[in-house]
Design a protein around this ligand. Structure first.
Ligand code: GTR
Length: 421
């Protein structure tokens, strides 16, 4: 398997030399019909959507893209332990808590460490953003007393990851993507965890993670079609944070927004699709395998992503490489799974690899599902100008700049979440 992976120079070539970035070279395609069941029955109202089509679409994503999340009986009890509380975090503006989440029936899983910031000024429980990080809690926060993650991380000179471990110099290296003071200043909370707490992000990472722990064959599991991949496992972690937040008095657990960037944007979409406690779902530059229409041959393709990152998906997904038309889903259907809740899709103009237009189109073609509930989508049919957010129940913008999460993005998410939660 390893030898077939698309890595290093081959991956750079796929991005820079062989990928199509020419709109006129996109072959014509037709999207699977959103408001028709697989057996051809028209879906005409919200009830039929909720009872028939939504579960069917969710099942299609389980079967063909992300795999099925095991049933709760598989993991059993979930334990929450508050390990530290600091009431004067962020210069006194916030309370910071660490919560260790573990599975008492599966002690071989080391558990996950959630970092929660809540605003001290709040008089009532507040809305909360829930999202995974690439670099760990110490990378999200600049506060020097945040414990360094001790989990596996990909070596990186820039991020000061040495021998697959974070170092003191890694602190704050993701903080520009998590403007904690701005979020707290707007009266919202934020809860995050390191995605590697669930599973290290490489082809064999699952052997040292939750998927092996929960699988009867452990690290010798031969993953089958329809069984969960890493994205499914990371998304599971987000739902466990929601479980905890239901017990947290500073947070209004009826007002949760799930957020993620890039591969973690794919994760956020999948968490939001499965777990309807997330009233707002946010996809930041999620691209291929996320919000981008897979039938558009622009930027990253199914062939590239399933060769570079097969462990993210269920096995079946690979069979759609170069054969997207055979796949019974496209990503407008992933967006539609948020209905009647609210969803925001964000692109960056220089992030062509993620196909900004394809990300826009998935929201546009999801609108009929929202309309069944009387909700408006974008309110426009063409991709808006740069830095011009649009949308009501489905939000969208394409911002200036590169693949990243910026204050501009967060400004829109805060407005959108407050309006829709
Ligand atoms: C890229 C991958 C994208 C995106 C990104 C990221 O290499 O091709 O689909 O997920 O990684 O997560 O940063």
């Amino acid at each position: 398997m390893i030898s077939a992976l698309l890595i290093g120079e081959d991956y750079a070539d796929a991005q820079q030399k062989t990928a199509n970035y020419d709109e006129s070279k996109i072959a014509p395609y037709s999207l699977p019909e959103l408001l028709k069941t697989q057996s051809g029955k028209a879906i005409a109202n919200a009830e039929a959507w909720t009872l028939e089509r939504r579960p069917e679409v969710l099942g299609l994503f389980e079967k063909h893209v992300f795999g099925k999340t095991p049933a709760p009986a598989t993991w059993g009890m979930v334990d929450f332990k508050v390990t530290a509380v600091k009431t004067d975090a962020l210069g006194g503006k916030a309370t910071r808590k660490f919560i260790h989440i573990s599975l008492p029936e599966h002690p071989s899983w080391h558990g996950m460490d959630v970092m929660l910031y809540t605003p001290n000024e709040a008089k009532h429980p507040v809305p909360c953003f829930v999202g995974p990080s690439f670099g760990g809690n110490h990378a999200v926060s600049n506060e020097p007393d945040v414990p360094l993650s001790t989990r596996w991380m990909r070596d990186s000179k820039d991020k000061h990851i040495v021998d697959n471990r974070a170092t003191e110099a890694s602190r704050g290296n993701e903080s520009s993507r998590w403007p904690l003071e701005m979020i707290i200043g707007q009266g919202c909370a934020v809860a995050t965890y390191y995605y590697g707490d669930i599973e290290p992000d490489h082809a064999d990472g699952w052997k040292d993670g939750l998927r092996a722990v929960l699988s009867p064959k452990g690290a010798t599991t031969d993953w089958q079609d329809g069984q969960w991949g890493a994205i499914g496992a990371w998304a599971w972690g987000l739902s466990r944070i929601a479980d905890y937040l239901e017990t947290e008095s500073a947070v209004d657990a009826k007002k949760l927004a799930v957020i993620g960037h890039s591969r973690l944007g794919k994760t956020s979409l999948w968490a939001g699709a499965q777990d309807q406690r997330f009233g707002v779902v946010i996809s930041n530059n999620s691209g291929e395998g996320g919000a981008a229409i897979m039938r558009r041959n622009f930027g990253e393709t199914t062939a590239v992503i399933t060769k570079a990152f097969p462990h993210w998906f269920t096995k079946t997904y690979t069979s759609y490489a170069g054969n997207e038309a055979a796949c019974p889903i496209d990503k407008h259907m992933l967006i539609s799974l948020a209905a009647p809740r609210a969803i925001y899709i964000a692109s960056a103009v220089q992030d062509e690899w993620a196909d900004p237009k394809g990300e826009f189109l998935s929201g546009l073609h999801a609108e009929p599902a929202f309309a069944l509930f009387g909700h408006k989508g974008y309110g426009v049919t063409e991709q808006p100008a740069i830095d011009q957010p649009v949308g009501d129940r489905i939000g969208y913008h394409v911002r200036t700049g590169k693949h990243d999460v910026t204050d501009f993005d967060w400004t829109q998410y805060l407005k959108f979440a407050k309006r829709n939660l």
